[in-house]
Ligand binder design. Structure first.
Ligand SMILES: Cc1cc2nc3c(=O)[nH]c(=O)nc-3n(C[C@H](O)[C@H](O)[C@H](O)COP(=O)(O)O)c2cc1C
Length: 180
């Protein structure tokens, strides 16, 4: 199963990026996690540009989402909201069919980021994502000094993340089963 990872932070030493990189290292064999690096190329959402021929970065994002069995999202909280770049990407995904009913796991790096986590989940549910609760966890990391290797080396963090990803794989498999 192909999982597309979307990070709301562009910061070089982002803890959210570290969580997503650690997830790629800890994922069960059934999941291949692909880090999506194209969020910064997206234009600011404008419904007038959301035509049958949207801008290339939008087309690329939608194609990548369409090719994926699930999305893994991690975002910082800025001024009690979801990071603008991530929200912009979600706004572009509203207009296409690729996102509908997509299984999504939200990884919240910081225990302080309660508002962003709540707002993000509200947007995802409004967009008809399937937010997989057992796979959506808060890791409670410090704001700095964390990298993927440190997360993998920490028994609590790596255990929680590996279990969340195992639950995500199971949930995606259940979503794909035909309804009896
Ligand atoms: C402009 C700005 C606003 C922020 N606002 C909040 C906030 O409202 N709540 C919070 O918990 N952290 C806030 N933070 C802290 C970041 O969410 C935190 O540093 C986080 O680790 C950044 O994610 P990153 O390491 O993935 O870049 C803010 C940081 C910046 C730069």
């Amino acid at each position: 199963m192909r999982i597309l990872a979307l990070c709301g932070s562009l910061r070089a030493e982002s803890i959210n990026a570290a969580v997503l990189e650690a997830a790629a290292l800890l994922a069960p064999a059934a999941l291949t996690i692909v880090q999506y690096g194209g969020l910064a190329e997206l234009p600011i959402f404008n419904p007038d540009l959301d035509t049958d021929s949207p801008p290339d970065p939008v087309r690329r994002l939608r194609e990548n989402v369409g090719l994926s069995d699930g999305l893994l999202i991690a975002s910082p909280e800025y001024a009690h909201g979801v990071a603008g770049g991530l929200k912009n990407a979600l706004d572009w995904l509203v207009g296409g069919p690729e996102f509908y009913q997509k299984p999504v796991a939200v990884l919240n790096a910081s225990a302080r980021a309660v508002q962003a986590d709540t707002h993000l989940r509200e947007s995802l549910v409004t967009m008809a994502a399937r937010v997989i609760e057992p796979a959506s966890i808060t890791l409670g990391l410090p704001a700095t000094g964390v990298d993927a290797a440190g997360i993998v080396a920490d028994p609590r963090l790596s255990g929680e993340l590996a279990e969340a990803l195992r639950q995500f794989a199971q949930a995606i498999q259940r979503c794909a089963e035909p309804v009896a």
